[in-house]
Design a protein around this ligand. Structure first.
Ligand SMILES: N[C@@H](CCC(=O)N[C@@H](CS)C(=O)NCC(=O)O)C(=O)O
Length: 307
């Protein structure tokens, strides 16, 4: 089994159904790696812990990888015995406020109380932003995102801050999402991606190249619907991705056709995005015109080639 760590249930990214089934964009990455290893996307044990204990639960071996909206920073990458594999979503921190508050800019928040999740990059960014703008705030903290959101909805703070994707995800589950607005400012860089323990380069490679494979699949037009036909493609890039030419899987310790299993199970990067967090989902995060578009479509989602 793959022990894959996600966060407390969050719509779109790691969502938990009543029957105990996990789904979401980050869950699909767990499923993709499981498909790469076992040829089966369901060989996953999900570990769900708060943001504050996530790195400890990875470094002590409880989980094999983190797939949970975690920001790549220098300190995390170099001082915790962990290894960030790549970026699968480019995010930034924002603020959510009640629509009837009259607040239209983060610069209106001088003196405000702000709900902020403990153990996140969000805490330091918040302090930095207010200091840089000569403003003050009072943090209202909790380690449990559900408690924090209840505090915000109950009027216990003027604004709730987190990654903008996280705010969109949480808002989608509010009793009345339209009663809350995301302020226009983006106050940080939050490159999110899967994390493994340091010291096992082969394992890091497998996670990293599974993500690269999903991105390359989108670029090459390989989808969950056409992947079987594509195994007969004359395009050498597609043939190498799907293992009908060469054997990229060998260097990763998996079968030559591992990406056929991955794409059959979860689809390509664009499919995962549109299924769980895109504009036609309740989360509704646009992709076109953002950093998360493919590099050849105005974004910076770019994977090294399979060759
Ligand atoms: N990217 C930031 C923030 C991560 C974060 O707080 N994620 C939010 C939004 S998806 C969350 O609710 N996580 C669920 C949890 O903490 O259990 C970090 O790595 O510190």
């Amino acid at each position: 089994m793959l022990n894959c760590q996600v966060g407390l249930p969050t719509p779109g990214f790691y969502s938990l159904a009543e029957d105990g089934t996990w789904s979401g964009a980050d869950v699909d990455l767990c499923r993709a790696v499981s498909a790469a290893i076992f040829g089966d996307p369901d060989m996953v044990e999900y570990q769900s812990v708060t943001s504050a204990v996530r790195f400890t639960a990875l470094s002590n071996g409880e989980s094999d990888m983190l797939s949970r909206t975690t920001t790549w920073t220098a300190v995390r990458d170099t001082q915790l015995g962990l290894d960030f594999t790549t970026v699968n979503f480019y995010d930034g921190q924002g603020f959510l406020v009640p629509a009837d508050s009259g607040i239209t800019s983060a610069l209106d928040l001088d003196g405000a109380t702000i709900c902020v999740l403990t153990g996140t990059t969000t805490e330091l960014n918040l302090a930095d932003y207010f200091r840089a703008n000569g403003m003050t705030f009072t943090p209202v903290t909790n380690e449990n995102v559900n408690v924090l959101v209840e505090t915000y909805l109950g009027g216990g703070c003027d604004a709730y801050t987190n990654d903008k994707s996280g705010l969109a995800a949480r808002r989608s589950a509010f009793p009345d999402p339209s009663a809350h607005v995301l302020l226009p400012e983006t106050v940080s860089k939050e490159p999110l991606g899967p994390v493994v323990r340091q010291g096992d380069d082969a394992w890091a490679n497998l996670v990293r190249w599974t993500v690269f494979g999903i991105i390359n699949a989108e670029e090459l037009g390989v989808t969950s619907a056409n992947v079987m036909e594509m195994t007969a493609s004359a395009d050498p890039n597609i043939a190498r991705l799907l293992g009908t030419e060469g054997n990229i899987g060998e260097g990763l310790g998996v079968s030559p056709d591992f990406m056929v299993n991955v794409i059959s199970a979860v689809g390509n990067y664009g499919e995962i995005y549109e299924r769980h967090i895109g504009e036609n989902t309740p989360i509704g995060i646009p992709r076109a015109g953002t950093l998360n578009a493919l590099w050849n479509n105005g974004g910076i989602i770019y994977a090294p080639p399979f060759r």
